[in-house]
Write a protein that binds this ligand. Structure first.
Ligand code: PEP
Ligand code: MG
Length: 517
């Protein structure tokens, strides 16, 4: 009875203690860490080595200890990942604001969105993935706030203004009142945006602009109708993988894609194949230490080297979109050949499905994200092969200007509207237009009214952004004379133009022309 259970319990604990204090075990873990593994991966490795030896054991006692060892290693891994104490969401008080040095996107998802009202980070630039995920969840987020962790106390009141990027710690009453007024003002503006929802997305001089939204989880889809998006221009499939506690099976992937397509009610969804690696780590996938993960083994590179993973995803997408249209694009393509390799994987899967009598999509469009600068010098070749391109301006900017998208120290230094980058964007849009290949831009640039205005001036006619940006961007473009802007902007990109402050020019233009920003 109870005593026996107690005894057993004690025995197990004893075994844990033994292993936990086993110098050999600890030494092996330390050694693995020194050899470059993360602590989690080190525990896993030592455990699996030990397990292999144990399996060859014939002694029943030792074999039984295998189970204990397994459990101990698992607990240790959970502890290392900070998951030991169960779901964090339940521990969060109502209206909580998280103040942290930095946080992974998956970690944020652990907290759930019910009680979380804001996020303040010492690191985390505006295009870091945690910021993107927070934005997608509608959680006001401010990054790059120096020393906030040491300044803030557990019960402090704090105001987080995600829009202006301001944080007020322990605000005095008049500041609090000023923000309350700001909130009321924004609510009125939101109501104004809602009224715009069903108005055409067309500039003052009659140029139609397609506004799509970025998404990554099924819960994002209702926002499509709420925000009046024409479709999903970027569906980040890795989010399903990031929120899962183990690798989503093909059937789970397929079910999600199908639900997403159902929820879209015929509006186009552009799926992006898995973009993991870099700063998007999966807790259950053994991560490899890389010096420069953003430029390392990530996204399509991983997909092509481990085709099983990509093939599974492609098959899930093909079956989920059977008898519908499928749009799929690949991230981090650096050469035309990489796209062709991905395309042939799709064709292989398609053939396989057909041969086995499965229904397949009516129409398949394959595209490439332009986010590695090398593609700028392969546009013509690339455009003969792809059905569409989508500029991932977050990564493109990071690599083009050599500025880490998550690094606070360099974020201020590089203007996203700098001359060289705008020229690069123009090269892309011009090349796509003359090849009659549809082109979108789906980075965070598209969601900022002034930047979106510049993009329209460059010739972009299709933008994809976080849902909350649709209203402001639509208000901007409906008050914009696109032809006039282009006529004034494009000469400034020519060599030899005396004025290089393009952001200043754009602000003045908006002001003079009454463009709503
Ligand atoms: C981008 O790089 O601009 C992009 C849209 O992809 P992600 O932000 O997911 O890297
Ligand atoms: Mg990217």
């Amino acid at each position: 009875g109870d005593m026996a259970a107690m005894g057993e319990h004690r025995e197990v604990l004893e075994a844990y203690r033994m292993f936990a204090h086993d110098r050999g075990w600890i030494r092996k873990i330390e050694e693995a860490i020194r050899n470059g593994l993360t602590a989690e991966a080190a525990v896993e490795k030592v455990q699996s080595d030990m397990r292999a030896r144990m399996l060859r054991q014939t002694d029943p006692y030792l074999r039984e200890r295998l189970h204990d060892l397994d459990d101990l290693a698992h607990r240790l891994i959970r502890e290392l990942m900070g998951r030991e104490h169960g779901p964090l969401a339940s521990e969060l008080p109502q209206d909580a604001i998280i103040v942290a040095r930095n946080m992974g996107a998956a970690e944020l998802l652990d907290y759930g969105r019910d009680r979380l009202r804001g996020l303040v980070l010492e690191e985390g630039g505006p295009t870091s993935h945690v910021a993107i995920v927070a934005r997608a969840l509608g959680i006001p987020t401010v990054g790059q706030v120096e020393d906030i962790v040491s300044m803030a106390d557990g019960d402090d009141a704090i105001i987080v203004d995600g829009e202006s990027g301001e944080v007020q710690l322990r605000p005095p009453p008049d500041v609090e009142e000023a923000y309350a007024e700001k909130v009321r003002f924004r609510a009125r503006r939101q109501a104004q945006y809602r009224r715009l929802r069903n108005k055409p997305s067309i500039t003052k001089d009659g140029v139609e602009i397609t506004l799509q939204m970025n998404a990554g989880l099924l819960v994002d889809l209702p926002q499509m109708a709420e925000a009046g998006a024409a479709g999903v221009g970027l569906f980040r499939t890795e989010l399903q993988f990031m929120v899962a506690s183990s690798f989503p099976r093909k059937s789970e992937q397929q079910a999600q894609y199908k639900q997403v397509l159902d929820a879209a009610e015929g509006k186009p969804i552009t799926f992006r194949s898995l973009d993991i690696g870099g700063d998007k780590v999966l807790p259950y996938l053994r991560s490899i230490q890389e010096e420069n993960p953003a430029m390392g083994w990530r996204a399509l590179r991983l997909g092509l080297d481990r085709p099983g993973l990509l093939r599974t995803q492609i098959r899930a997408l093909l079956t989920a979109a059977s008898e519908r249209d499928l749009k799929l694009m690949f991230p981090m393509v650096a050469t035309v050949d990489e796209f062709l390799a991905a395309k042939s994987l799709v064709e292989r899967e398609l053939k396989h499905l057909r041969r086995h009598g499965h229904a397949v999509p009516d129409d398949i469009r394959l595209g490439v994200m332009v986010e590695v600068p090398s593609l700028l010098f392969q546009m013509d070749e690339l455009l003969t092969h792809v059905d569409f391109v989508s500029v991932g301006s977050n990564d493109l900017f990071q690599f083009f200007c050599a500025v880490d998208r998550g690094n606070t120290r360099v974020a201020e230094r590089f203007d996203t509207l700098n001359l060289a980058f705008l020229r690069a964007l123009k090269t892309i849009v011009d090349a796509a237009n003359s090849a009659h290949v549809p082109v979108t831009l789906c980075g965070e640039l598209a969601g900022r009214p002034l930047e979106a205005m510049a993009l329209i001036g460059l010739g972009f006619r299709d933008l994809s952004m976080s849902p909350s940006s649709l209203g402001p961007v639509k208000a901007m473009l409906r008050s914009l004379d696109a032809g006039r802007l282009s006529a004034r902007l494009l000469p400034r990109l020519e060599p030899g133009h005396p004025e290089s402050d393009i952001r200043g020019f754009l602000s003045r233009f908006a002001e003079d022309m009454d463009v709503s920003l």
